[in-house]
Ligand binder design. Sequence first.
Ligand SMILES: [Zn+2]
Length: 155
Amino acid sequence: MSVEPNPSWFTTAHHELGHVYYFTGYTRPEVPPLLRNGANPAFHESFGELTALAAAQVPYLKSVGVLPADFKADETAFLLNNALSRGIPFIYWSSGVMAHWEADVYAKNLPANEWNQRWWRYVGEFQGVEAPSERGEEFCDPATKTRINDNPAFY
Ligand SMILES: [Zn+2]
């Protein structure tokens, strides 16, 4: 792994551990082979995010030495940070941009020559973000996303 000792990688590592924990829940010999898959990709992601959220809680941070044992948390600030740094922004991405674009492409057969324009339209509508430069159909910016090019998560 090419990780750095910082909050972002701390959260990502715990998210990935959540996947591992869920994998180990159903990939055991006593589970029939037919059932040795996750419920669906979104459920898998929920385990990752739940684990990452749990890892951001003060008692855990104290237990692993990230915070000093006598640290007095501003609980409101921690809750706001958890919500505003990951959870709430992710909703606009996952159930806005991703869900609508995937539905247009996979369920409604959006022509490939409209994919990029549609992507940036949704990024603007749901996230309030504009493309950094003119992004024509010679690009396919959504294809840079792992959850689109390799491992659709069905957010
Ligand atoms: Zn994940």
